[in-house]
Write a new protein. Structure first.
Length: 150
């Protein structure tokens, strides 16, 4: 038996139809009531956003519940274990920046035409060095301080 996953849109559905509905503002001190008129598409958008927010709130509430349940265990843990556990519950991956300094020795060869050899000055040679890492996100500046001939 073949299944059909097509959504059938009712013939009377009009996404551009204007609808008036009642809004009770519970946050207002006087619980203001209004009757806005909007298109069906706006109501659909608001409902979808409310579903997403409700889902995220539910996921967040579950994580807070996990955290509350773990609080007594935290009394017997060191701070790194606690932070690691909290990050695990909330799906976080925090990082810490560690400054470093490295020393590199670069050797190379430069080919100079014989006609330019008498005017060549090794100090005028511009070298550009790129620093990268395969394992971590690294931001580094490289500077060539001194170039000498061997």
């Amino acid at each position: 038996m073949e299944t059909n996953n097509e959504t059938v849109v009712p013939a009377h559905y009009n996404p551009n139809q204007l609808v008036t509905y009642k809004v009770i503002d519970l946050d207002a001190t006087d619980q203001t009531i209004s009757y806005p008129t909007v298109k069906v598409t706006e109501i659909e958008w608001d409902l979808e956003q409310a579903r997403r927010k409700s889902k995220r709130l539910s996921e967040y509430s579950d994580k807070v519940g996990q955290l509350e349940n773990r609080l007594p265990e935290y009394l017997d843990m060191d701070s790194e274990e606690i932070v690691s556990d909290i990050c695990s519950i909330f799906g976080l991956n925090p990082t810490r920046d560690i400054e470093f300094e490295a020393t590199a020795t670069i050797t190379g060869t430069v080919s100079i035409p014989l006609a330019d050899l008498k005017d060549f000055d090794i100090d005028n040679l511009d070298l550009y060095v790129n620093v990268d890492s395969y394992a971590y996100d690294v931001s580094a500046d490289a500077e060539v301080d001194n170039i000498t001939t061997l």
